[in-house]
Design a protein around this ligand. Structure first.
Ligand code: PLP
Length: 226
């Protein structure tokens, strides 16, 4: 693996796409998704300047979290989260990207209350409709936000979406620009505990398109760790 070179290349590509959409490279946060690698590779990425790391399974996350306790890393939970796993992770993560139901938000609220610390979350949307197992139907958004704004210990900080991998570029742009529209719409409303700070979209295959369409947070795994 040439993690250091990969990160350099990634930074250049991010800067180019940021410029295309009138932003600076530092406006785009990169979450290094380390689900396929071990602790040593995470440390190499950290030494090359990465601070934010993403995991998609509670079990794997907890192991890495423990083994990397000496490092000052920001952990992002990006995968489908079962409600019975919430209590193990709430006190350890900077951001949960994958909140897609009121039931899950309620469980996060309960567990975060126990530790006395609000948890930052993103609402995961399923904008493409087909094939996506997870993510909320956009029609449900306002009902969800209304409920969450009553929860003292859940803070919605933005939106996350995933596009189907085999999508043609035109379709990808549609999904990302639609999500960006929703993000802008929500930000026009003022609701307690709801802020649109982060738009998390784009992975190794599509992050350039996602940035051009408005993403300010991307989740990149295989382009870094290969
Ligand atoms: C694995 C994963 C990523 C990163 O995917 P790559 O194609 O390896 O960049 C991003 N987001 C989620 C939710 C993932 O599970």
């Amino acid at each position: 693996m040439n993690i250091e070179r990969n990160i350099d290349e990634l930074r250049e590509r991010v800067a180019k796409s940021a410029a295309k959409s009138g932003r600076k490279p530092e406006d785009i946060q990169v979450v290094a998704v380390c689900k396929t690698v071990g602790v040593d590779e995470v440390i190499r990425a950290y030494n090359a300047g990465m601070i934010d790391f993403g995991e998609n399974r509670a079990q794997d996350f907890l192991k890495k979290y423990e083994n990397l306790a000496d490092y000052n890393l920001n952990w992002h939970f990006i995968g489908h989260l079962q409600r019975n796993k919430v209590k193990y992770i709430v006190d350890k993560v900077k951001l949960i990207h994958s909140v897609d139901s009121i039931r899950l938000a309620k469980e996060i609220d309960i567990q975060a209350r126990k530790i006395g610390k609000p948890v930052d979350c993103l609402l995961q949307l399923n904008v493409s409709g087909e094939e996506q197992k997870y993510g909320m139907d956009p029609e449900m958004i306002y009902e969800f936000l209304e409920e969450v704004s009553k929860m003292e210990y859940v803070r919605i900080k933005g939106l996350m979406t995933m596009a189907p991998c085999e999508c043609p570029e035109k379709e990808l742009r549609k999904i990302f620009s639609r999500t960006h529209e929703i993000y802008v719409d929500i930000s026009k409303n003022s609701m307690h505990n709801i802020n649109m700070d982060y738009l998390s979209m784009g992975m190794s295959n599509d992050f350039e398109i996602a940035i051009e369409e408005g993403a300010n947070m991307i989740r990149v795994g295989s382009s870094i760790f290969n």
